[in-house]
Ligand binder design. Sequence first.
Ligand code: SF4
Length: 447
Amino acid sequence: MSGRIVASVARTALDQARQKMIETGQWDAAQSMGRRWPIGCVALEITQRCNLDCGACYLSEHSEAVRDLPLDEVYRRIDMIRDTYGSDVDVQVTGGDPTLRKQDELVAIVRRLREVGMRPALFTNGIRATRDLLVSLVEAGLVDVAFHVDLTQGRRGYQTEHDLNELRRTYIERARGLPLSVFFNTTVFDGNFDQVPHVVAFFVQYSDVVRLASFQPLAQTGRGTLRPRSPAINTASVTRQIEKGAGTTLSFDTAHAGHAQCNRYAMSLIVNGHAYDVLDNKGFYNLLVARTAGYRFDRQSRKRAVATFLRCLAANPEVIAKGAGWFASKLWRMKGDLVASRGRISKLSFFVHNFMDACNLDPERIKACTFMAATQDGPVSMCLHNAQRDRYILRPLKQIGSDGEEWWDPVTGRSARNVEDFSSHGSLSPAGLRRKKKALEVDNTAD
Ligand code: SF4
């Protein structure tokens, strides 16, 4: 596909996203979807296998029986993402746990994403994400790494979120110094809601490496076994817990990314261990979004990101005029910490992503979805995909083989000329699959 065609796909996708925002009542001056990007991110699930068995898992009971997608199909899905949204897209390389895939294949997938201009992110529980693997992936073009660590995972030897900070620290040190944005994902449920402020305080402490902390209230979907979260755990209460941990109020209502019931975002600057709210001037933020919509900020290099920002300011002097007073008062409030930190500042963002329960999908939110899964049928809202996962992962795939069209069966890994050649999958037994999974877990907890 030529660069001109990809650019035109991206423009069309942006227009379509804007239209969806308008139709669902989410379009305003602070909305990034349809203005800055056509989609928040796309999940590329390269395996359905995992080496943990989280109580909040979104996979299906049948996931462990499914073979890894052939590499050609993964590449076809990458092309499909580009044909839908253009190439300026954040793609989560995920699973299951993507590190269970053969390492050379994982590296090849990341390289392919980067070659077509996308920003690949590794979404992992971290068990097999060694320093060596991260280095290889960075060389192939990885941009972000997101570690999922929390009590829902039932990791042996960790009773509290505070205990898990030791593991988070290990993962941070594996990524330290690499040109990667480091994210952490935390599922919030009855068992850790009270501990969210401690987790946030930990991220503030390590904000020299951690760029984004994402919190997801537990959703009833997939094979997860945890009981539904208490109604007291919701987007509003989670944002309050984040503020408690950050030690400051944070403006979660300024920036809009897709549907307000799905996503909340806040940004802070950390100076000398203290967090300062960045998005507390809505008028200025709206102006900034309008003027910077066409700029891309490099997440791997702070120097390049600052240079882009300065270029943007030079081209838009009214932004300087409008923001100078706000910026000066912010610096004035920070002055003591700036002196103590010798001018060192880091940026830490917070995200609350409110997935829907499988039995309670809101069509309007699905329509305004910012987070898609790449399926054989095209991109599908992640909430919808999680609710109907078997429909997507068990169905044979049509492929073009050396002898023409053929079908690939995800349960047996066999190929055949006719789809009827595959026996029904009715014999799949969730209980049997669970046993297979436990065996896997033992193999992989040794790291
Ligand atoms: S995945 Fe679900 S919660 Fe997330 S943006 Fe899409 S519809 Fe909203």
